[in-house]
Design a binder for this molecule. Sequence first.
Ligand code: DHB
Ligand code: FE
Length: 281
Amino acid sequence: MARIVGGVTTSHIPAIGNAMTNHLESTPYWKRFFDGYEPVKEWLADVDPDVAIVVYNDHGLNFFLNQVPTFALGCADRYENADEGWGLATLRSFDGDAQLSWHLAESLIGQDFDMTTCQEMLVDHGFIVPMALMWRHLTEWPVKAVPLAVNTVQHPLTSARRCLALGKALRKAIESYPEDLKVVIFGTGGMSHQLQGERAGLINVDYDLQCMESVINDPDWLASQSISEIIENAGTEGVEVIMWLVMRGALHANVDVVHKHYHVPISNTGAGVLVLENSHD
Ligand code: DHB
Ligand code: FE
């Protein structure tokens, strides 16, 4: 059977992509941020997953504002990357696992999550920045990828609670797949940031740290907040942090923290990273 080896959460700020392309990792602005990913890379090398389910939001590349599904699942054997306007280098394409994706779709829809199924899907910085943070040092992506897009852009948005519930359903979907696959789940986006309007530039360190603590030990704290409350605290784009709850929902009630790191600011954003494993107790 497929099993979940753990979950990773990370911000996906496009400036990180440009920093990687330009090899700026050791410069004063970036060093502490990138150092925070070394333990994540080591953990991934250790658990050696076969598949990464990447929960991310599209930023107008694959889904423009004229058609935005609330939840969309990639059901392809190949995903191409493109730049939706940040000037990011295009990365090599990603292998998918359409068979697994269709199983996930069937299971999730059977559990009343009405996923949009995408047999073609272009992936943007929300997906590629996390993948590159983990694996750019390798010549090939070491996992098959399954993109799971959550609308955090076009209101009305789904709720934080629904994201946590989606994670719980995702766990059932994964654990009912007959093939022996090791699956890692990435919850991406966040943390606090607002790119536009009167509050542009908002970063809320206290709230970010509370969210990290909540994702580890008390996901209901974040899950019980409304979208308006989250935006009030984390900014209009900071609402992306609801996607961390999809990852968290797929893990057990108790988790062990393998790694936790927070750095602020990167570009306009509070940048957080977590590696969680299911507790053995
Ligand atoms: C930034 C952060 C994001 O999440 C994003 O999608 C685009 C830009 C930023 O901080 O610059
Ligand atoms: Fe974003």
